[in-house]
Ligand binder design. Structure first.
Ligand SMILES: [Zn+2]
Ligand SMILES: [Zn+2]
Length: 263
């Protein structure tokens, strides 16, 4: 494949995803890197998965020529050979240009852009940590749909729901089995779980706990619950909690969890 920026041949490299200390969550995937201009081509979603230390490693691999590179004004997708377009997303800082192919959804980032993008991601995670809204490990947040099913069991203690008793939250979590929060497309996430006894279920979700939307998952008593959350913003972290109402009208609300929509 040909580098969209400088026309040099891209080199296939295998990088590790951040395991967050859990080897079971570690994975590898291939990227196509230009050793001449330092740019990197990602398959859809994979720009989210590359850990910061791998970005630093990539920079070391690049042999930047001393003379100014001849760069083209049009950047062609190395796969489809059509022109890449500017990609704007909430997680992409304004000063950073990330290009995307509208056909195959591959993503091209120059070395500088990739570093800035990853910097912003790390900052976002730090902000979450500081605001005491516990945030899942990088591997949990920035993995593609395939892994999410396994990893989104994680629920997180938050000081924001202190009014709720710990006991009640534990109960809510115990009532749910097979909770899966899976991105279907950049704007749609599917939520499914089962309960031992029939309950009414409601999900609250939003980009912060101050602006949560509520939706019924099951508006009538049911043991099997599923809902598609639509109109979400791509590549965005959402917080959510699930409230269950049993036959006796007692309510149980889960701990705050989070998911990230895909690119
Ligand atoms: Zn290049
Ligand atoms: Zn393409």
């Amino acid at each position: 494949m040909i580098c969209p920026s400088c026309g040099y041949l891209l080199q296939k490299l295998s990088v590790t995803t951040n395991s967050g200390g859990k080897p079971a969550c570690a994975g590898r995937f291939d990227i196509d890197h230009c050793g001449r201009c330092g740019g990197t081509w990602f398959n859809p979603y994979e720009i989210n998965r590359i850990p910061y230390h791998e970005v630093v490693n990539l920079a070391k691999l690049t042999v930047l020529p001393k003379h100014q590179l001849h760069t083209t004004n049009t950047h062609l997708c190395p796969r489809c050979r059509i022109e890449l377009s500017n990609y704007h997303g909430e997680s992409i800082p304004a000063r950073v240009t990330i290009l995307r192919c509208n056909k195959c959804h591959g993503v091209w980032a120059t070395q500088k852009a990739l570093e800035a993008f990853k910097d912003k991601q790390e900052d976002t995670i730090k902000e979450y940590k500081m605001s005491k809204v516990a945030f899942p490990a990088l591997s949990v947040v920035f993995v593609p749909a395939l892994f999410l099913a396994l990893l989104f069991f994680a629920t997180f203690v938050t000081t924001l729901t202190l009014q709720q008793s710990q006991e009640q939250r534990i109960q809510a979590t115990q009532m749910m089995t097979n909770l899966q929060v899976k991105p279907i497309s950049p704007s749609i996430v599917s939520v499914t779980f089962q309960t031992k006894s029939p309950v009414i279920s409601i999900i609250s979700y939003g980009k912060s706990t101050l602006q949560m939307k509520e939706k019924y998952i099951s508006a009538t008593l049911s043991s099997s619950h599923q809902l598609l959350l639509t109109d979400l913003e791509p590549n965005t972290v959402y917080l959510y909690k699930i409230t269950l109402k049993d036959l006796a009208g007692k309510t149980f609300t889960s701990k705050l969890g989070s998911f990230i929509t895909t690119f």
